[in-house]
Design a protein around this ligand. Structure first.
Ligand SMILES: C[S@@+](CC[C@H](N)C(=O)[O-])C[C@H]1O[C@@H](n2cnc3c(N)ncnc32)[C@H](O)[C@@H]1O
Length: 336
């Protein structure tokens, strides 16, 4: 019985090696556009390691044709768009619009929720040009007295993920990354694509989002390193303690009352362990400014001023620096 199992395994690995050779040959004969279409069709069947087999002689993924993780992330985006409403907010969610702080102007009548992971700047421009999104609202109907609508994203953009994992953070080989409030899973997929972290954990209190993440993780064979926990972070102290890196993208402001936000920040203050790296958007100083948490940030966290990532070109030949100050509201800290 055991021998048979081994043989089957051997046969299938020979077959897959042969398949790779055929696929490589096939791809060599396609033009750039057809390459991309074909890969978008094939990617959900490939794991990241298998994808690495499609490299050129320098060992780099053929970046003129396929931008590795970007292509996979784009494919994931396409899948998620088919599964969520346009504003990426599930009916099961109860948004709690802020009444104090920077975002207290988010009146539901003039606030549009557009998810940056699903729609990048170019997509938004296209939607605006096509009249599918509006940029302004009229303060006195019929007059030219117009004002910009407020755009809110509840996920990190692909560019921001690239910046965080390739530039801001050090190499995370064998480390554990925790995303608190993992929502669509953007941080989880970004961490999977851009790092060698041993474990990537998403904690999310909304069941529908956990199910969505789980479908994507399985479709793209990421379950070897990604775990999804359907719970409130307050109920996961051991997960917090196990993390080397914790990502907090404006996680509580739109979802919890001010009293709950104060409690959860105090819980994080006492639960995170010394040496953990914390990535926040916006700066934690900004988030806590209008909450009466009595947390002394400088006794809890030390801001890491210099990006820890290597400035050398990475495998996918992507620009690394925050050239236009696009990510100036993202900061990293070390827990003291
Ligand atoms: C702004 S989204 C962050 C999305 C994701 N981390 C990213 O950057 O793309 C915040 C998410 O946190 C979840 N959330 C809020 N409070 C939570 C809590 N106490 N425990 C677990 N999840 C929470 C919300 O349901 C929401 O999906």
């Amino acid at each position: 019985m055991e021998v048979k199992k081994c043989k089957m395994y051997d046969d299938s690995s020979i077959a897959s090696d042969e398949a790779k050779i055929h696929i490589k040959k096939l791809l060599q004969h396609l033009n750039k556009k057809d390459w991309q279409d074909t890969l978008l069709f094939m990617l959900p069947q490939l794991s990241f390691n298998e994808l690495n087999a499609v490299t050129n002689s320098n060992g780099r993924i053929c970046s003129d044709v396929i931008k590795g993780p970007i292509t996979i992330l784009n494919s994931i985006v396409k899948d998620i768009k088919e599964r969520v409403p346009f504003n990426a907010i599930f009916p099961s969610e109860r948004l709690n619009l802020p009444t104090s702080g920077e975002n207290s102007d988010c009146d539901p009548n003039i606030t549009i929720h557009v998810d940056e992971f699903l729609y990048n700047d170019n997509d938004i421009e296209e939607l605006l040009n096509a009249g599918k999104l509006q940029q302004y609202y009229c303060k006195n109907c019929g007059s030219k007295n117009i004002k910009s609508l407020i755009y809110i994203s509840h996920s990190l953009s692909q560019d921001a993920l690239h910046y965080i994992f390739n530039h801001l953070l050090p190499i995370l080989k064998d480390k554990t990354i925790l995303d608190i409030g993992s929502r669509l899973g953007a941080v989880l997929y970004g961490a999977y694509m851009y790092t060698d972290a041993k474990k990537i954990i998403g904690v999310e209190m909304n069941k529908d989002f956990c199910e969505l993440q789980s479908k994507i993780v399985h479709k793209y064979n990421m379950q070897d390193r990604i775990d999804i926990l359907h719970k409130r972070i307050e109920d996961a102290p051991d997960t917090i303690k196990s993390a080397d890196v914790i990502v907090l993208n404006n996680v509580f402001e739109f979802y919890l009352s001010e009293v709950e936000q104060i409690q959860v920040w105090q819980f994080l203050r006492t639960t995170m362990t010394k040496g953990t790296i914390v990535v926040t958007k916006p700066y934690i100083e900004e988030t806590l400014k209008h909450l009466n948490t009595v947390i002394k940030i400088n006794e809890w966290l030390r801001r890491i001023k210099e990006p820890q990532g290597s400035p050398a070109p990475n495998l996918f030949c992507m620009p690394l620096a925050d050239e236009q100050g696009k990510y100036s509201d993202i900061a990293s800290y070390e827990v003291l």
